[in-house]
Write a protein that binds this ligand. Structure first.
Ligand SMILES: Cc1ncc(COP(=O)(O)O)c(C=O)c1O
Length: 413
């Protein structure tokens, strides 16, 4: 097969209908962010938006900005902007808190709705915070609720009538494998189980249709593909059909039907806003909103198409240039089953990840041996795929990865 050259990749960039989107981002010269699945890049508009929020809305508007700058409604306003990205309807998505906290809210509400049942079910390999939140809720219930975590291949058999809630992540954080949301939700619901989907690695990357899947709850991250900034607020999805019965156990004053009545008895709002707890973190909300607004310039279908093209190119180039160095593709080979990152396993994965970071390539490492490369079509170019693979090749060819300094395990990977 003919070798793909750097010039070929540059030609692909020239024909890229989404190339204009890169201009929207702050892109430090010479650095390639292959970790947008962990922390998205900084949109230029966010710098202006935060300046406005800080100088005008906070500096001058002060407390008036809760009403005059739209701060108070921001959780629902931004939620309504995220809704079309995940197949939700208006009034079904709320931006608040962190993904972990929203997981807890969803788990607590769903287990209360199915209170004659006792099992919180998930699968091995789910993101740890999902499992930890189940464990915390089990402890809080004095072990009335029991967690059950099964190997993925046993999941469908584990859908029994004792299960109250099934919690799954749609896109696996290590391998990027996409689960069949519609099929699993249907099988679980046939047994009366309520299903919560963690969309942290899906939202802004792949097409998601919560309505078609009839999902019961969902949560997701703002700082990955939505480019909402470090520690950006997260979101929770509750379909209209559950909003009157689903209870927010973190029943803070902002979810009250009339927070400024300062009643001493909790009465939840009749809408998704009952899933608010406390005061929105406005600097984070502002940054997230400008990240989410960028999605109005394109469509998830167009982004997904380019993501697949970039990922396929990356995998071919890795085979072409690094085929002899012991990398194993840890993501599905079928592009339709693989979401927004490509994972390779390598026994020296950690040292290689550190060595390429020295060459201005940001990726990440997941224990025990996974190198993850985020494929974010909004700002990555075809030529970036070439340059990243060339840097990996150089690190392998010269043995640069084999330095003592790269063998020291960093606390954060
Ligand atoms: C699937 C999944 N859920 C949740 C989280 C993180 O939750 P939080 O934002 O609360 O730290 C991550 C972070 O990478 C994740 O991959």
């Amino acid at each position: 097969m003919e070798q793909i050259t750097r010039a070929d990749c540059q030609a692909m960039d020239q024909n890229d209908p989404l190339a204009f989107l890169r201009e929207e981002f702050h892109m430090p010269e010479g650095l390639i962010n292959m970790d947008g699945n962990s922390l998205g890049a900084l949109p230029k508009s966010t710098i202006q938006k935060l300046e406005q929020t800080i100088k005008e809305e906070w500096g001058i508007g002060l407390i008036r900005s809760w009403s005059e700058a739209g701060w108070f409604e921001s959780p629902i306003r931004i939620g309504n902007k995220i809704a079309p990205l995940i197949g939700a309807k208006e009034g079904e998505v709320l931006v608040a808190d962190t993904t972990s906290i929203n997981l807890f809210k969803a788990l607590a509400a769903a287990s209360q709705m199915n209170k004659d049942r006792s099992i919180l079910l998930s699968e091995e390999g789910n993101f740890p915070t999902d499992l930890y939140m189940m464990q915390g809720l089990s402890t809080l219930s004095n072990n009335r609720l029991q967690t059950k975590v099964v190997p993925p291949e046993q999941l469908l058999d584990a859908l029994t009538e004792e299960v109250a809630v099934l919690l799954l992540t749609q896109v696996n954080y290590k391998t990027a494998e996409i689960k069949d949301m519609q099929l699993i939700t249907q099988k679980a619901q046939e047994k009366g189980i309520l299903v919560i989907w963690d969309l942290s690695h899906s939202v802004g990357s792949i097409e998601v249709d919560l309505t078609a899947a009839n999902a019961d709850f969902a949560v997701g991250c703002g700082y990955k593909f939505l480019n909402g900034g470090p520690g950006a607020p997260a979101f929770i999805y509750v379909p209209k059909r559950h909003q009157a019965i689903a209870q927010n156990m973190l029943s803070g004053w902002m979810g009250h039907a009339d927070p400024f009545a300062f009643s001493e008895d909790y009465q939840p709002k009749a809408s998704i806003e009952r899933f608010r707890a406390g005061t929105p973190v406005m600097l984070g909300m502002s940054a997230l909103e400008s990240g989410v607004d960028l999605f109005q310039k394109t469509s998830i279908a167009a982004l997904r198409k380019k993501c697949i093209q970039l990922s396929e190119l990356f995998i071919i180039l890795m085979r072409q240039a690094c085929g002899d160095y012991g990398f194993q593709l840890a993501s599905p080979t079928d592009a339709a089953q693989r979401a927004g990152h490509v994972a390779f396993s390598h026994p020296e994965g950690h040292a290689i990840y550190q060595a390429i970071k020295r060459q201005q390539i940001i990726s990440d490492f997941r224990t025990p041996d996974i190198l993850r490369f985020g494929i974010t079509p909004m700002y990555l170019r075809y030529v970036d795929m070439y340059d990243v693979v060339a840097a990996i090749q150089e690190v392998m060819e010269t043995g640069a990865w084999d330095r003592a300094e790269f063998k020291v395990r960093s606390a954060i990977t």
